[in-house]
Design a protein around this ligand. Structure first.
Ligand code: SF4
Length: 359
C-alpha cells in the first residue's frame, strides 16, 4: 500500500470511529492486509480513538475459575473440553468463600471486575445458587466491584436470577464467525451463543462477548465475527489469542505474529470505538514484547492467571501500564463513555413478574 493510501484508509477509519460509524468491509479487509512495516501507523490511528473515549485509563479484570475441566462440550480450543488430555487442574465447584477470597485479593491488587467462570454447557439451578452465594459474599466485602458471570448457555429465567443476585455482567463469547463455528465446536451452535448473549442483555445484565483468534480463521471470518458482535451491541469485548494446549485438537498451532494480533486489536477498536475492548487470554505468548503497544488499542485487560494456564505476575503488568504512560482505572471511575452509560435501569422484578420485589 502506498503511504497516501494508508493515510487515507486510517483517516477514514478514525473519522468513522469518532462518530461511531461502522467501517466498510473493504476498509476492514485493507486494515488486516497492512504490512508489518505499517503497524505503527495503524496503532497511532487506533490510539486516537482509544484516547478520545477512554483517555489513558486501563481497566483490570480478574478471572476466578470456580469449576475446572470435565466439560461435556467439545470446543476445540479449550483445555477443559470433552476428551482433552491437557494436564490442567480438574476440580468441581470451589466454595463461595474460597471464590470470594480469590476475588478480594484481586480487587486489592487493582481489579475492578471479577469474572466468575465455570466449565460446562450451562448452569443447573444448584450451580446458580452457588454463584449467587459467591456474588453475595464478594459484594458484601466490596460493594463497588463489578461481578461478571460466565457459566455457559443460559436457560430462560437464569439471567434474571443472576441479576437479582447482584451480577453486573454476563460473558459469553461468540469466538469466531458463524461460518467457521462448526469447525471449532459440534456440541452447540453459533446461534446458541448469540441467544445467550441476548438473554443476558434482555435481563439487564451488561453483555460481554468477544472472540478468539489464531484458530485457522480467515480475514473474512475476523470481519464477520466483528460485525456479528457489533450487532449484539456488547458493553465489553474480550479479545483472546489461542493458547494452544497440547492435548487439544488445536495444540501446537502457532499462527499469529505480534503484528497480526495488533492489527486484529486495531480492527476491534475501530469497530467498537466506545466499547470496552479487553486484552484477554494469550496476550503474553503472542504479543510478547509488543504488549505495551496493545494498550494503545485496548482499554482493559485481565490481571493474573487465566482459567487453566498461568499469566505473568501482576506486578509486571502494573509496571508495564505505568511505564507506557497509562493509569489503572479506579473503582469509582466510569468505564464506558457517558452516552453508553444508561443511568436508568428498567425494573424487571417485583409486581408483574415472578421475581420478589427489591425490599
Ligand atoms: S469453552 Fe466452555 S463449553 Fe467449550 S469446552 Fe471449554 S468449558 Fe466447555
Amino acid at each position: 500500500m502506498t503511504q497516501t493510501a494508508l493515510d487515507d484508509l486510517l483517516e477514514s477509519l478514525t473519522t468513522k470511529a469518532l462518530t461511531r460509524e461502522v467501517p466498510t468491509r473493504a476498509e476492514m479487509s485493507a486494515l488486516l492486509g497492512t504490512s508489518d512495516d505499517e503497524v505503527l501507523d495503524v496503532i497511532a490511528a487506533g490510539s486516537r480513538v482509544r484516547r478520545n473515549f477512554f483517555g489513558m485509563r486501563v481497566k483490570l479484570n480478574h478471572l476466578v475459575n470456580m469449576k475446572s475441566g470435565l466439560c461435556p462440550e467439545d470446543c476445540t480450543y479449550c483445555s477443559q473440553r470433552l476428551g482433552s488430555t491437557a494436564e490442567i487442574m480438574k476440580y468441581s465447584w470451589i466454595s463461595p468463600e474460597e471464590a470470594a477470597g480469590n476475588a478480594e485479593r484481586a480487587i486489592a491488587a487493582g481489579a475492578k471486575r471479577v469474572c466468575l467462570v465455570a466449565s460446562g454447557r450451562g448452569p443447573s439451578e444448584r450451580d446458580l445458587a452457588r454463584v449467587a452465594d459467591t456474588i453475595c459474599a464478594i459484594k458484601h466485602a466490596t460493594p463497588e466491584v463489578e461481578v461478571c458471570a460466565c457459566l455457559g448457555l443460559l436457560k430462560a429465567g437464569q439471567a434474571e436470577r443472576l441479576r437479582e443476585a447482584g451480577a453486573h455482567a454476563y460473558n459469553h463469547n461468540l469466538n469466531t464467525s458463524a461460518e467457521n463455528y462448526r469447525q471449532i465446536c459440534s456440541t452447540h451452535t453459533f446461534d446458541d451463543r448469540v441467544q445467550t448473549v441476548k438473554e443476558a442483555q434482555r435481563a439487564g445484565l451488561s453483555p460481554c462477548s468477544g472472540a478468539i483468534f489464531g484458530m485457522g480463521e480467515t480475514d473474512e471470518d475476523i470481519i464477520d465475527v466483528a460485525l456479528a458482535l457489533r450487532e449484539l451491541d456488547p458493553d465489553s469485548v474480550p479479545i483472546n489469542f489461542l493458547i494452544p494446549f497440547e492435548g487439544t485438537p488445536l495444540g501446537g498451532r502457532w499462527e499469529l505474529s505480534p503484528q497480526r494480533c495488533l492489527r486484529i486489536l486495531a480492527l476491534f477498536r475501530f469497530v467498537f470505538p466506545d466499547v470496552e475492548v479487553r486484552l484477554a487470554g494469550g496476550r503474553e505468548i503472542h504479543l510478547r514484547g509488543l504488549q505495551p503497544l496493545a494498550l494503545h488499542l485496548a482499554n482493559s485487560m485481565f490481571l493474573g492467571d487465566y482459567l487453566t494456564s498461568e499469566g505473568r505476575p501482576g506486578e509486571e503488568d502494573r509496571a508495564m501500564i505505568a511505564d507506557a504512560g497509562f493509569v489503572i482505572e479506579g473503582a469509582a471511575e466510569q468505564t464506558l463513555p457517558t452516552h453508553r452509560h444508561d443511568l436508568v435501569t428498567i425494573r424487571r422484578r417485583g409486581a408483574g413478574t415472578a421475581l420478589p420485589a427489591n425490599t
